[in-house]
Design a binder for this molecule. Structure first.
Ligand code: NOJ
Length: 551
């Protein structure tokens, strides 16, 4: 299980538009990233995953790519990208790119030529004539925007788009399309990047015949999720390209179970992906996605953590994350804005010491939280806008807006809060999107100077993980499983034991050390309150208290 370089590492995700503006136009860019590489390194990570940096009309902020071989002029150019890559490597940071090949932008040259039926692009996308009455070819829903088919006047046919209309799905059954994907991979790997996070990669193979789906919800998904040729195509990418480089492939896999995941990530013969981003632990306060809200339930979170820890043990390597650009901020969801630093620390300890490669999303390490903008016009994400349109069919505009404020992707896309100064130190120009008004309180400069800050807790936790073999390689064991307030787990490796206690409650909870753990007289190696004495085999927790012991 040990040989892969990414296993002891941790990664930092950059969503470039909101990370740091280096040229004063209000949009984050690679000049800003270049300037902040030392900061990223200082958080204690070993690599960066960049959300898409490529040329894009931004219908879905870079996840609609118009040119896979160029950097968006908003973010810089290939020359500055190469500088970032070189400096990152010099600092010992790996660089992972986003690879978005389920779909392109409709402004990509392939699509423009495909709609005009120009060879060899004619069948690069999934084109179908309508039904006899002119209706779309089947009843599938798009995940972002109404039905999954849009009619194109130029070609006189419908094209499939599982996401927004401006994101037509590629026809991966066409070998020429797979060759294009491989050429794109080689382009970036030859430049020196260290791997890919592969966007919704488990959707790339659609059921032949594209049948109508009787399911009432997310119609069509059962015909493209983990589709019939997925394994074969992933194996082809791996064999023809990825295996020739020292890199990893991390697949994004919505609606994935650990049992099915093993079919892709189990080590050994037949492995097609190194790692996987799965979602079950992101559903502890919602059904399916955060856009259908339920109260947060710690037991649901623990169950998801436990399943993935147990099922993958000794067979496959996990990824660990609580935030990215697709989810509202975790403190606002699973923690408490009132106890921002305390709950941020408990959340960090709850995931960073499990087995797997952790990812930290920009701003998570300083405890950035959700925003509530006054009008739907202030929101910018295609999904937020379309969800709002859906909601107001059944709800008042006020209620619909409250739902968006509570759960939308824009909440994790506000500019990074570098300081309490003008524009939170993000830009010298007018920022492209609203700042969270809490930036005078919540920012890197302030937390950097405060030894007890969340930022410094992340630094300590990541350093502890790296230097504690049990935290990386150890077996996972959970205690107090049925508690709805405490999450308690241990890792054990070659005689070393790590015990993590996390309270998810403002209220005092009595914690008693599990049998075999003697905590009396022991100091936690990490905690979020002073005076962490243990009496009578345990302690009573303070709001969102966390303690980590190495024994
Ligand atoms: C998943 C990405 O993370 C998300 O941001 C994007 O909108 C969809 N895939 C479509 O590319």
């Amino acid at each position: 299980m040990k040989e892969k370089w990414y296993k002891p590492m941790a990664f930092y995700q950059v969503w470039p538009r909101s990370f740091k503006d280096g040229n004063g136009d209000g949009i984050g860019d690679l000049y800003g990233v270049l300037d902040k590489l030392e900061y990223i390194k200082s958080v204690g990570v070993d690599g960066i995953w960049f959300s898409p940096l490529y040329v894009s009309p931004n219908a879905d902020y870079g996840y609609d790519i118009a040119d896979y071989r160029n950097i968006s002029p908003e973010y810089g150019d290939l020359a500055i990208f190469k500088k970032v890559l070189e400096k990152a490597h010099a600092l010992g940071l790996k660089v992972v790119m986003d690879l978005v090949v389920n779909h392109t932008s409709d402004e990509h040259e392939w699509f423009q030529r495909s709609r005009r039926r120009e060879a060899p692009y004619t069948d690069y996308y999934i084109w179908r004539p309508g039904k006899a009455d002119g209706a779309p070819p089947n009843n599938w829903d798009s995940l972002f925007e109404g039905k999954a088919w849009a009619f194109d006047d130029v070609r006189g046919e419908y094209y499939l788009h599982l996401f927004a209309k401006k994101q037509p799905d590629l026809n991966m059954d066409n070998p020429a399309v797979r060759e294009e994907v491989k050429a794109v991979m080689r382009f970036w790997l030859d430049m020196g990047v260290d791997g890919f996070r592969e966007d919704v990669i488990t959707f790339i193979s659609k059921q032949a015949g594209l049948p109508d789906d009787p399911t009432p919800f997310a119609r069509g998904m059962k015909y493209y999720k983990n589709g019939p040729h997925l394994r074969e195509y992933l194996a082809e990418f791996r064999h023809d390209v990825l295996d020739q480089y020292d890199c990893f492939a991390l697949g994004e896999a919505p609606m994935m179970t650990p049992e099915k995941a093993l079919g892709f990530i189990a080590e050994g013969e037949g492995q097609t992906l190194d790692l996987m981003f799965h979602f079950q632990h992101m559903e502890a306060d919602c059904f399916f996605t955060e856009y259908m809200h339920l109260p947060f339930r710690l037991r649901k979170l623990k169950r998801a953590f436990r399943r993935w820890q147990k099922k993958l043990a000794g067979k496959a390597w996990n990824t660990l994350y609580l935030e990215n650009h697709d989810h509202p901020r975790i403190i606002s969801r699973y923690g408490s804005e009132k106890y921002r630093a305390e709950s941020g620390k408990t959340l960090a300890a709850a995931y960073l010491f499990q087995q797997g490669t952790p990812f930290v999303y920009q701003g998570q390490e300083i405890g950035m939280s959700n925003i509530a903008l006054p009008s739907i016009d202030d929101y910018t994400d295609v999904l937020a806008k379309n969800n709002y349109k859906k909601y107001i069919k059944r709800q008042s505009p006020e209620k619909a807006l409250r739902r968006i404020q509570r759960a939308c992707r824009d909440s994790s896309r506000t500019p990074m809060q570098w300081s309490g100064g003008a524009n939170a130190g993000f830009s010298e120009g007018e920022p492209w999107f609203a700042l969270n008004p809490n930036y005078p309180e919540v920012n890197v400069a302030k937390e950097d100077a405060d030894p007890d800050s969340l930022l410094n807790f992340y630094r300590a936790a990541l350093s502890l993980r790296k230097n504690t073999p049990a935290a990386i390689w150890g077996d996972y064991r959970e205690y107090r499983k049925i508690s709805g307030k405490l999450y308690v787990y241990a890792r054990e490796y070659e005689g070393q034991r790590l015990l993590v206690v996390c309270s998810f409650s403002e209220k005092p909870v009595r914690f008693k050390a599990p049998g075999g753990f003697r905590l009396e007289g022991k100091k936690p190696v990490l905690c979020n309150y002073p005076d962490a004495a243990v009496k009578n085999g345990g302690f009573v927790t303070r709001p969102y208290e966390t303690r980590v012991y190495v024994l």
